[in-house]
Design a protein around this ligand. Structure first.
Ligand SMILES: *Cc1c(COP(=O)(O)O)cnc(C)c1O
Length: 411
């Protein structure tokens, strides 16, 4: 009886999903029904093992590393949301990136968007270049001439991040994919896999799989979870062959998401649309406010009409995103870091912290936090100064956020 009604719930959910718009999908995506009790939310199944009725009769799940009902519900929902057909949930965003690299053979070459997330750079440069002999070339993936020039027979992957962190440079994804495929065809080689880190934009702003990439990587620790209380990552694809290979790799390597983290991520995902709608709208206002402020030297936000990639942003994304990067003007006779300390001593609502994507507004001081391991000169060469701040706009009342910034800036 219970099973019957749960199945009815499952098919009702499937019916509701057909043709659903994004906001509806965020709530109903995937296969979330609970065949045991018909629970509205998939329960957290902590079991490591699942009963096999007799020899050779393994059910849908056998051992939790290989598959778990809670994780599976979350993965199917995430796949829908990213316009894919298959997803694997990992223990962190970095675990997802590391898993994607397992697709490559030793000695392979990877083209990487210049300005990628620091953790990605570290994994590539200090780990996988040594353990897998991978070779990475960093370039502006919008410079298609350079992309064609750098591609060689070992090039197995193109690593896209759009927008980048913290300067929010975009990559024209359809143009890149087209150029990479055309170049590979011209040279008579299989096209390298194009993988996009969709952490900053989220599926709400852009669905890279629909823009032509083969694989989406994301950190669920940011906007998917959305409450600064979980760590997770994922890979999503709609290519069945890639899904098969990644499924085997995930099982073999084992860096999977726990049932509890999967539950939190799925719970967060249901409000992704409402959070992003508010956060991106507020970010636009914060960017416009800062852009007009006399204490501000420059604002990086693709939603501003004067941003050099604003037209691309309008084509490719629903909004400019929920992150705004700003550089304040220095003050003659005052040390920049002292000035920033004074700013932070006055700020009330914005939290000074690493990370982004939560409901609470946060400020990251790039020079001492995310990019603290670089020298001042290295930072300046990539456009990060002691007066650069990355703002992750939360869901608070935007007037409070703006008044708080104004007060601390003018003080
Ligand atoms: C945070 C982040 C990652 C890494 O994710 P973790 O969950 O911290 O491992 C990768 N890429 C981007 C753009 C990020 O912001």
């Amino acid at each position: 009886m219970a099973t019957g009604s749960a199945e009815a719930h499952g098919s009702a959910a499937k019916k509701a999903r057909t043709g659903a718009r994004f906001d509806t999908l965020a709530v109903h995506a995937g296969d979330q029904h609970d065949p045991g009790h018909g629970a509205v939310i998939p329960p957290i199944t902590t079991a490591t093992s699942f009963v096999q009725p007799n020899l050779g009769q393994e059910g849908k799940f056998g051992y939790s590393r290989c598959g778990n009902p809670t994780r599976s519900a979350y993965e199917s929902a995430l796949a829908d949301l990213e316009a894919g057909t298959w997803a694997t949930a990992t223990a962190s965003g970095m675990a997802a990136t590391a898993l994607a690299l397992e697709l490559l053979d030793p000695g392979a070459h990877v083209l990487v968007m210049r300005g990628v997330y620091g953790g990605t750079f570290r994994l590539f440069e200090t780990i996988r270049s040594r353990t897998m002999n991978l070779r990475f070339t960093y370039l502006d993936l919008n410079d298609l001439e350079d992309v064609r020039r750098q591609m060689c027979k070992e090039t197995g992957m193109i690593w896209v991040e759009s927008p980048t962190n913290p300067l929010l440079t975009l990559v024209d994804i359809p143009k890149l994919v087209e150029a990479v495929k055309a170049q590979a065809a011209k040279e008579g080689r299989p096209a390298p896999l194009v993988c996009a880190d969709n952490t900053f934009a989220t599926a709400w702003n852009q669905q890279p799989l629909s823009l032509g990439v083969d694989l989406v990587m994301l950190s669920a620790s940011k906007y998917i979870g959305g409450h600064s209380d979980m760590t997770g990552g994922a890979l999503v694809t709609k290519d069945p062959d890639l899904a098969n290979r990644l499924g085997s790799l995930a099982k073999a390597v084992g860096g999977i998401a726990s049932p509890f983290e999967a539950y939190l991520a799925l719970r967060g995902m249901k409000t992704l649309s409402v959070r992003m709608e508010r956060q991106c709208r507020s970010a636009q206002r914060v960017a416009e406010f800062l852009d007009a402020h006399p204490c501000v030297a420059e604002v990086h936000y693709p939603g501003l009409t004067k941003h050099p990639q604003h037209e691309l942003c309008k084509r490719q994304m629903r909004s400019g995103g929920a992150v705004v990067t700003v550089r304040f003007k220095g003050r003659p006779g005052e040390d920049d870091l002292d000035m920033m300390r004074r700013f932070f001593s006055k700020i009330k609502f914005w939290i000074l912290a690493e990370s982004l994507g939560g409901v609470e507004s946060m400020i990251n001081h790039s020079a001492t936090m995310s990019h603290g391991s670089m020298t001042k000169e290295q930072r300046a060469s990539v456009g990060i100064y002691d007066t650069t701040l990355r703002l992750s706009v939360g869901v608070e009342d935007c007037d409070d956020l703006i008044e708080d910034l104004d007060h601390a800036l003018t003080a």
